[in-house]
Design a protein around this ligand. Structure first.
Ligand code: NDP
Length: 315
């Protein structure tokens, strides 16, 4: 059990955390970055990234995060694998405790714990999770080579996952609760043009159908939300792609303000929370843009504001 004393503690190693680490390390503040169960964050479960500026060809999400991590270490950040379980923001320096038993004492905390995929909450969805129901096509798509899959959702994630799944599956059916997607138009066009893809509009997943022994998905009951009619579809896999939930459970009752969906509230246009010395950056405080590049941008802002605060306090 070690006590780590640091000026800057960064929680989370997605684009926001990595960027905050790079900037604070270059300001000679020797930051410690604690990454939890998913080092590199959501970018590590995506494949082709075509919209992160600076790369003319598509790059891979995990590769990009590896580069950001190496860059942070190269300029002087310390990375620690731990899961923060307890947070005390009642007085500065702040005290945080990790699953490892280690304690972290920090003058400034930058929260960049990100968000994670949401589930529909159906009992059969939970029952078959890992047995044909998945929240990540890039992680599990490979298992559905030569099979038929359903994708639930209508945002960028759903469309991207559906397109990715066409690399493996013989048929990909996208089921969306409305009659239009919210995904980017260029992605939609690619989807509509794809011969393996079918879209079922105005419909919801009602129940996952499957076998007991061995446990596995065989299909789904789909409800048309306009007519109420229920149809059974055959499927070997079902991918849920309906959005994300911020990773803020550990910040409940710490004095940080959260909105109704659990996102951390920051002062508009800044990464500042209501607690002096606590900043929030990336998807944990952004449900509108949620891009790697915007997360990196707010990570940079948090680092600059954190450095400014520490300078003012010394002066
Ligand atoms: P979004 O919130 O954008 O979309 C969620 C989708 O799921 C919506 O179509 C929504 O329907 C549907 N949905 C939500 N809840 C339910 C429910 N209970 N039952 C049925 N359907 C439901 O999330 P995404 O994960 O797609 O995207 C998140 C952010 O990340 C976005 O800003 C997106 O642009 C970005 N992103 C960018 C990528 C890229 O640029 N390569 C790749 C992936 C994501 P409705 O439309 O009716 O609300």
């Amino acid at each position: 059990m070690t006590t780590h004393r640091t000026k800057i503690l960064i929680l989370g190693s997605g684009p926001a955390g990595a960027t905050a680490a790079i900037y604070t390390a270059r300001a000679n503040l020797k930051p410690i970055l604690v990454h939890g169960m998913q080092p590199g964050g959501q970018m590590t479960i995506t494949t082709d990234v075509e919209n992160y500026p600076g790369f003319a060809e598509a790059i891979q999400g995990p590769w990009l995060m590896e580069q950001m991590e190496k860059q942070a270490v190269h300029v002087g950040a310390t990375l620690i694998a731990d899961t923060i379980l307890e947070v005390d923001f009642s007085k500065r320096p702040f005290t945080l405790k990790g699953d490892s038993g280690d304690t972290y004492i920090a003058d400034v905390v930058i929260i960049s714990t990100g968000a994670q995929a949401k589930w529909l909450g159906l009992p059969t969805e939970e029952k078959y999770q890992g047995y044909g129901v998945s929240g990540c096509a890039t992680c599990d798509g490979f298992f559905f080579r030569g099979k038929e899959v359903l994708v639930i959702g209508g945002g960028n994630t759903a469309v991207e996952e559906a397109l990715f799944l066409t690399n493996f599956a013989t048929k990909v059916t996208v089921i969306h609760r409305r009659d239009s997607f919210r995904a980017e138009k260029v992605m939609q066009e690619r989807l509509f043009k794809h011969p393996k893809v079918e879209v079922i509009w105005d419909s919801a997943l009602e129940e996952v159908l499957g076998t007991e022994d061995p446990r596995g998905v065989t299909g789904a009951k789909i409800k048309n939300l306009k007519t109420g009619k229920i149809t059974e579809l055959k499927a070997d896999g079902i991918f849920i792609a309906i959005g994300h939930k911020p990773n803020t459970d550990i910040f409940k009752d710490t004095g940080l303000e959260m909105d109704k969906d659990g996102y951390l509230v920051t002062k508009p246009g800044t990464p500042k929370t209501a607690i002096k010395g606590v900043f929030a950056a990336g998807d944990v405080q952004d449900k509108t843009y949620r891009q790697a590049v915007t997360a990196a941008g707010t990570g940079c802002m948090a680092a600059l504001d954190a450095a400014r605060l520490l300078e003012e306090e010394v002066a």
